[in-house]
Design a protein around this ligand. Structure first.
Ligand code: ADP
Ligand code: TRP
Length: 320
């Protein structure tokens, strides 16, 4: 079974990305042949600084490796090192109805929020379909927010197969990570690179402490019962067992619990949880050339898998 997933280098990865993506990708390594990539072409719709993109790609590669992607077992690569994906995007784009892309939630959201959109953003789901179909991926683990993109991928693959009376593309199965709760940011909204409300697991302790202590809470006095739906409790829960959670929520509802104490404990838990990964990351950071070697080796392996699929698609479409 071939498992594929990607993550955009559009900002520093945070605890939400770790729980909703990175950690899942690491776990999926045991389930089959894994392809994990850094979607730098996709990031072009938001990051408009080349040096910044390179830095972010390197950071995401380090995060992936630190969190447990094993480049011996899995294929870790940079999307733009496999330019075939762009050719496939064109091939797929020509069987993708405009209406399909117009229904894309991510596109509609941008329009609704008055954010200017370019063709890259409009065509984003087609590039994502190319990412997936190029390797005949069987399973694609992603968060809820990517569910529609996977449905589009299946639709686009079926349309190509139908149009050219072929079975070139395998329809991938989505694996939607339903059980992963949305991690709130320090302001209570969804933790997101776009909201400046993140906690990055690998920030220096001082910076992390400042951000944790700044988590927004209501102004209930210490002695009163607390509303456990607040971000501080939800974040804390991420790093606690079910029993610990029950105990903490019981104390919160009884009154007498200060937010400062919950925050201190949360900080300790974050530091503790990520300590081995942080150490591994610091080690890797000292060997930047190794990161390049890993990414280049990954791209070579990915291209070898993708080449025959692209060749078959070109052949079916009468290209070349
Ligand atoms: P961001 O919102 O920070 O830009 P992305 O949209 O690039 O993050 O998300 C990459 C993946 O990380 C998503 O598909 C999702 O699975 C996961 N993810 C992002 N934010 C969260 C969150 N707050 N809680 C849980 N998972 C998240
Ligand atoms: N769009 C995904 C995100 O923002 C990243 C991505 C690009 C991806 N191509 C993919 C994920 C292919 C899975 C499969 O999170």
């Amino acid at each position: 079974m071939r498992v594929l997933s990607g993550i955009q280098p559009s900002g520093e990865l945070h605890i939400g990305n770790y729980l909703g993506a990175l950690r899942q990708h690491v776990e999926f390594q045991d389930r089959g042949e894994g392809l994990y990539f850094i979607a730098d072409y996709h990031s072009m719709t938001s990051v408009r600084d080349g040096a910044e993109r390179r830095r972010l790609v390197r950071d995401v590669a380090l995060d992936y490796l630190a969190c447990g992607i094993d480049p011996e077992r899995s294929i870790l690569y940079r999307q733009s090192d496999v330019p075939e994906v762009c050719e496939l995007q064109w091939i797929l784009g020509s069987v993708t109805p405009m209406g399909l892309l117009e229904r894309s939630v991510s596109y509609k959201d941008k329009i609704a929020n008055g954010i200017p959109v370019d063709h890259g953003l409009f065509a984003y789901p087609v590039l994502m379909a190319a990412d997936i179909l190029l390797y005949n991926s069987d399973l694609v683990p992603v968060g809820q927010d990517q569910k529609q993109h996977l449905e589009m991928t299946r639709d686009i693959a079926a349309r190509f197969n139908h149009a050219y009376a072929t079975e070139v593309f395998r329809l991938p199965e989505p694996h939607i990570l339903e059980d992963v709760a949305v991690v709130p940011g320090v302001d209570g909204r969804k933790m997101s690179k776009s909201y400046d409300n993140t906690l990055r697991m690998f920030w220096p302790e001082k910076k992390l402490k400042k951000a944790v202590m700044a988590i927004v809470t209501d102004s209930t006095p210490v002695e009163d019962p607390k509303d456990t739906s607040q971000a501080v409790f939800q974040l804390w829960s991420v790093f606690a067992s079910a029993d610990e959670r029950e105990e903490m929520f019981g104390r919160a509802k009884a009154g007498g619990l200060g937010y400062g104490d919950v925050k201190k404990d949360l900080l300790a838990r974050i530091l503790d949880h990520f300590a081995p990964m942080r150490a591994r990351r610091e080690e890797l950071e000292k060997r930047p050339d190794d990161i390049e070697v890993i990414l280049e080796g990954g791209a070579r392996r990915a291209r070898a898998i993708g080449a025959p699929v692209l060749a078959a698609a070109r052949d079916a479409a009468g290209l070349g």
